[in-house]
Write a protein that binds this ligand. Structure first.
Ligand SMILES: C[S@@+](CC[C@H](N)C(=O)[O-])C[C@H]1O[C@@H](n2cnc3c(N)ncnc32)[C@H](O)[C@@H]1O
Length: 325
């Protein structure tokens, strides 16, 4: 028995579907145009070659960092980068011309020496002609306490676009302004609101709690994405009905963030137990029972002055996804 309880149904934990199965989430294991979500258990490099070119609006992932974690084989650094180059190249091939690719990485550590992986992978994207739009700093509160250097509390997301003509829905991800009622005090706009009533640009520094033991989304995975981190990218860089890809899906945080906002998703994952958890989470979201930390919730404030918003139950936006067949 595994943690998810889905092991009994092996080797077919996926639901069969027909093209006409409206109202029921269509989960496929292989690339299938009629599916709502494709969850593939296996090696990403092999599976990526089956995805048609230009199909994907956004590839978002956090690859293994080559640290020798339970889900990776530690490689020589050059070998690791050669492998990453192949995966990145395949992801870029699948991107549409107005698409984006977001590569979320931290540090590779060797004998106490840190090597930020974004520095190492940037030349790969550059050589493929991609355009860097932001290097987003994801700042979080929890992690190891270092004794020979300052404790690391951020990772980065490199956001590249394929061309200059890309989707960017800023209004969908604005955050509350600090002084929403502030008005121009002189000039032709005197008395009018001086900030955007929809809120402000969230900037390229994002403070979002990472998923540690007391996080509502915590599963068996040692380094899963908080869903809200992916939600911001899904909402700003894609439109409803678009396909989103995570080649290193883990426990399915990227597919979940996509499906609840009416986008279709492809997730690829090597480890069976993570695929099972991903499917279990997707099924919960289908029933409207998956709890996530809301994007609107502020980070923990020891003074207690921040508004507390409880975890929310999310549901897959089936109507939108199935309208786009
Ligand atoms: C940093 S974790 C990603 C976690 C994910 N963002 C989430 O929210 O759960 C990297 C994942 O890549 C998976 N992985 C490693 N090599 C792989 C490969 N060749 N193909 C597909 N997945 C792989 C690992 O098992 C691991 O779950």
């Amino acid at each position: 028995m595994t943690t998810s309880g889905l092991a009994q149904s092996r080797p077919l934990p996926f639901r069969d579907f027909t093209k006409d199965a409206i109202g029921q989430l269509r989960i496929a294991t292989d690339f299938n145009e009629s599916a709502d979500v494709i969850i593939h258990e296996g090696d990403c490099l092999e599976f990526l070659s089956t995805i048609p070119s230009g199909k994907i609006k956004m590839a978002i992932t956090s690859p293994p960092y080559n640290l020798g974690k339970e889900y990776e084989n530690k490689l020589d650094l050059d070998e690791y980068l050669q492998w990453q180059k192949k995966v990145i190249g395949e992801c870029v091939r699948t991107l549409s011309d107005d698409g984006s690719i977001c590569w979320e990485v931290g540090n590779y550590v060797e004998n106490g020496r840190i090597i930020p992986l974004d520095i190492l992978v940037y030349p790969i994207f550059n050589s493929l002609g991609l355009k860097l739009r932001n290097r987003i700093i994801w700042r979080f509160g929890h992690g190891l306490h270092a004794s020979k250097r300052f404790s690391g509390r951020y990772e980065t997301i490199l956001w590249f676009t394929k061309t200059d003509d890309y989707t960017f829905n800023l209004d969908d991800v604005r955050v509350p302004s600090k002084y929403p009622d502030k008005r121009h005090f002189k000039g032709p706009k005197k008395g009018q609101l001086s900030c955007n009533p929809l809120g402000k640009n969230p900037t390229d520094v994002w403070e979002i709690p990472n998923v540690k033991s007391n996080h509502i989304e915590k599963t068996i995975h040692p380094c899963q994405f908080p869903v809200e981190l992916v939600e911001r990218l899904v909402l700003s860089l894609t439109d409803r009905g678009d396909w989103i890809l995570d080649p290193f899906m883990g426990v399915g945080s990227a597919p979940i963030a996509s499906l609840i906002h009416g986008r279709k998703a492809i997730g690829i994952e090597l480890m069976h137990e993570y695929v099972e958890v991903a499917l279990e989470r997707i099924r919960k979201a289908e029933k409207g029972e998956l709890l996530i930390r809301p994007m609107e919730r502020e980070v923990f404030d020891p003074n207690g002055s921040a508004k507390k918003i409880p975890p929310k139950k999310v549901k897959i936006d089936m109507d939108t996804i199935q309208q786009t067949l």
